[in-house]
Design a binder for this molecule. Structure first.
Ligand code: PLP
Length: 397
């Protein structure tokens, strides 16, 4: 069969591949602990579920407007004002089938073949693949571990060309958890305005930040920056709603209209009942999110300490999200059962086979010195998993 170049060139999502493998091993009765998936282990709060159940009972089960119901767009407008201090009109908002879909729509609507998108590395696996699917060219900018994986103007400037269209700004970041300060954002904003590229602000993890860090939306920095920002967010992580598939974009009306047109031919509306649930999530009590954040903060402290106590492993304490990205490269070159472990893929395979813990190799995020461990799993699993990893690290000769 002739498969298209687009499909062939695509790298399947490594995090989903590994999570599926761990799930399969578990189905075979193997006791694997999963640290690969990027989803809260908490259940969706009851009041959100109830809204969906009520929508089903009312027969709210038909197509809606392709770009989402007005009630949900208004809820997004309210949320952006309340939490981010940003003012948008209803026609500047589009609801999509998850933040992933929102991002894909943005790239589809903005990129012509050969247009360049600057992606800070380490990066979330879907950014470069989505850009390539839209015939764009991902341009990677390496952030340094010694600088806390922070993106700043000086790193981006040398990479700009007349083809640069977008800078992806994912703060807090998946996989590093790094979140930028207002000052760092100001530098990037000034550059975007001077050189005329879009900032695509993926704020998926904005509500999961720790130690008093305050999330700042780059669009708040000035009116000019507001006009140059495309904001994407998702209900997946903040409300433990990964399976519901609701995300949104806020930005210039012209772009939103173009994205709506694309969406109307690709998926039509996001699920009607999930949209009703999303209204309640955004406008209802926010305590469940705060409680999740407190629990993540506790786990983060514990996991960072445990990792730093392992010889050959170093781990920064990230400002946000629910991942740690420890450096394990000083273990490369060590052996197990006569085999040398030479990179993050081999180290992760070793952890899965020997310690029965599933983590994601850093190379999938563009940095082979690291692995990504999600702490969106119970404290009991984290304790057991860290015991197993410590033992596995000790066993390497
Ligand atoms: N952006 C980032 C950085 C993510 O890590 C994810 C999910 O892992 C998403 C966007 C999209 O999430 P969803 O499609 O579930 O809304």
């Amino acid at each position: 069969m002739k498969i298209s170049q687009h499909a062939k060139n695509l790298v399947p999502s490594a995090t989903l591949v590994i999570s599926n493998k761990a799930r399969q091993m578990r189905a075979e009765g193997i006791d694997v602990l999963g640290f690969a998936a990027g989803e809260p282990d908490f259940d969706t709060p009851d009041h959100i579920k109830e809204a969906a159940i009520q929508a089903i009972r009312e027969g709210f089960t038909k197509y809606t407007a392709s770009g989402g119901i007005n009630e949900l767009k208004d809820a997004v407008v309210t949320k952006l004002k309340r939490d981010n201090g940003l003012t948008y009109a209803r026609n500047q908002v589009l609801i999509s089938c998850g933040g992933k879909h929102s991002l894909y729509n943005v790239f589809q609507a903005l990129l012509d073949p050969g247009d360049e998108v600057i992606i800070p590395a380490p990066y979330w696996v879907s950014f470069p693949e989505q850009v390539k699917l839209c015939d764009g060219v991902p341009v990677f900018v390496d952030t340094a571990e010694r600088e806390g994986f922070r993106l700043h103007r000086g790193l981006v400037e040398p990479l700009l060309t007349p083809r640069t269209r977008i800078l992806v700004l994912n703060s807090p970041s998946n996989p590093t958890g790094a979140a930028l300060t207002r000052k760092e954002l100001e530098g990037l904003a000034a550059l975007a305005l001077e050189r005329g590229f879009w900032i695509l602000a993926d704020e998926t993890y904005e509500s999961l930040v720790y130690d008093g860090y305050q999330h700042v939306s780059i669009a708040t920095l000035s009116d000019a920056m507001y006009a140059r920002t495309i904001l994407v967010n998702s209900l997946s992580k903040a409300y433990a709603m990964t399976g519901w598939r609701v995300g949104y974009t806020a930005g210039p009306k012209e772009l939103i209209t173009a994205m709506d047109g694309l969406q109307s031919q690709m998926t039509s509306n996001p699920t009607s009942i999930a949209q009703r649930a999303a209204v309640v999530a955004l406008t209802g009590p926010q305590e469940p999110t705060h409680r999740m954040r407190e629990e993540f903060a506790r786990r983060r402290r514990y996991i960072v300490d445990r990792l730093n106590a392992m010889p050959g492993v170093t781990c920064l304490s990230p400002e946000g999200a629910f991942y740690v990205f420890p450096n394990v490269s000083s273990l490369y070159g060590k052996r197990h059962a006569g085999k040398v472990i030479g990179n993050s893929t081999e180290f992760s395979a070793y952890l899965l086979d020997t310690a029965r813990i599933a983590v994601v190799p850093g190379v999938e995020f563009g940095n082979d010195a690291h692995i990504r461990i999600s702490y969106a799993t119970s404290m009991a699993n984290i304790e057991k998993g860290m015991d197993r990893m410590a033992e596995a690290v000790k066993t390497l000769g």
